[in-house]
Design a protein. Structure first.
Length: 123
């Protein structure tokens, strides 16, 4: 584990930072772990903006890609959103993304919200 964080310059350090972020993400505000979490969020975001090229696909495919990137399942999104049935319908192109979903999924999956509001066809 890294005790002193610096600008992330490679995938190995990025993976370590993401892992550590998951460990401290629920830390109490004002604690040293909370300060570390805030720094990690900044460094991870900076690295992703510089190095991540999200594919030009419809919003649902993009969500599925990012779920795979982070090892998330539909249940993880349902926990964040609060309704497993609705998440399932959205992931199966039966229902459109709501504004609340766009906000929450953008945050948890680190997808710019403008990429989630693009039009797509329901089945």
């Amino acid at each position: 584990m890294i005790n002193n964080w610096y600008i992330i310059e490679d995938n190995k350090t990025y993976a370590l930072a993401c892992k550590r972020y998951e460990e401290v993400k629920l830390s109490a505000k004002g604690s040293d772990q909370h300060k570390e979490k805030m720094l990690l969020a900044l460094l991870i975001n900076q690295y992703e903006e510089k190095n991540s090229k999200l594919p030009e696909v419809d919003p649902i495919e993009l969500i599925k890609i990012r779920m795979e990137d982070f090892g998330y399942k539909a249940n993880d999104l349902a926990r964040e959103y609060g309704d497993k049935g609705t998440v399932s319908k959205v992931l199966n192109y039966k229902q459109t993304l709501s504004l609340t979903m766009v906000r929450k999924f953008s945050k948890i999956l680190r997808i710019p919200s403008d990429m989630l509001i693009k039009e797509y066809t329901l089945q």
